[in-house]
Design a protein around this ligand. Structure first.
Ligand SMILES: C[S@@+](CC[C@H](N)C(=O)[O-])C[C@H]1O[C@@H](n2cnc3c(N)ncnc32)[C@H](O)[C@@H]1O
Length: 257
């Protein structure tokens, strides 16, 4: 199965829908808003003057938001449609950015630069079959002493949706429409793999990332799952048997000893 082709085709279609959505609010971004959430803004901190690599950058809103905060940014994504949109948005917004269209593993093999910060977020890891290979690329992309930061949806939610929590070599094939409010009902297939928190943490440790913090949140900053309840502005909770479900985790680490 050519999982890259399947996922590339589906993400190309999704990109066309996402750029027109209220969910992504491109107009707001062009008026000067940041697309980043309070979680990563608070935890990653200042990026001004730093080189920042954004892995799986989609159509570049978050990448360009870091550029607006003063970072020298590079974004990488599998989808040609997403990268074309990212480049067009950079021009429209008058922001300097470098965007590369590549599979993450292919990008890792051709890596020529090292960065002060490597960032990735919300819906990135499930597209990757081999989490150790991902962590090795994260570490290889960082300068010694550089910072890695991920904010990711918590895999606990996957169990409640009927998917595996633990990693299996055999992928899941999802046929679900997308998460933006203007969803067209298209259910092009997507190929995904589960990565439990322990696998992500251990892969980063083995790759040489010294983990400084691991946090879990009982809310999502995005209204992108069924059954969420906005209890505070921009904080969407899910209750299961009367208890809050962890919906996001974050990891911050430093390359080297
Ligand atoms: C949910 S989005 C990223 C989330 C980002 N926070 C956002 O909403 O803008 C997932 C992205 O991963 C990209 N992607 C999927 N598989 C990939 C791969 N093997 N290599 C690089 N990018 C990939 C997709 O093209 C898509 O743009």
């Amino acid at each position: 199965m050519d999982y890259l082709k399947i996922n590339r085709d589906s993400w190309d279609k999704r990109t066309a829908v996402h750029v027109d959505s209220r969910f992504y609010d491109v107009e707001g971004f062009l008026r000067g808003k940041l697309s980043l959430t309070d979680i990563e803004l608070k935890e990653l901190g200042g990026v001004s003057g730093k080189s920042l690599l954004h892995l799986q950058c989609h159509f570049g809103l978050d990448t360009l938001s870091w550029a607006r905060l003063g970072a020298d940014v590079t974004g990488v994504d599998l989808s040609p449609a997403a990268i074309d949109q990212a480049k067009a948005l950079a021009d429209q917004a008058g922001l300097k950015a470098h965007f590369i269209c590549s599979d993450l593993y292919g990008f890792g093999e051709s890596l020529q630069a090292q960065f002060d910060v490597v960032f990735t977020s919300y819906g990135a890891l499930c597209w990757l079959p081999d989490i150790q290979r991902w962590a090795d690329i994260v570490a290889g992309s960082l300068k010694e002493g550089g910072t890695f930061y991920i904010a990711e949806f918590h895999p606990f939610y996957d169990v409640l949706s009927g998917y595996s929590y633990f990693h299996r070599d055999e992928p899941d094939i999802e046929e679900e429409s997308t998460y933006t409010e203007n969803d067209t009902g298209d259910t092009s297939p997507l190929v995904t793999w589960a990565h439990p928190l322990s696998d992500v943490v251990n892969a980063l440790i083995r790759a040489g990332i010294r983990i400084e913090q691991l946090n879990e949140y009982p809310y999502s900053p995005y209204n992108c799952f069924d059954g969420l309840e906005e209890r505070q502005e921009g904080r969407f909770y899910l209750s299961h048997n009367g208890q809050d479900v962890p919906l996001v985790y974050t990891i911050k680490g430093i390359k080297g000893a």
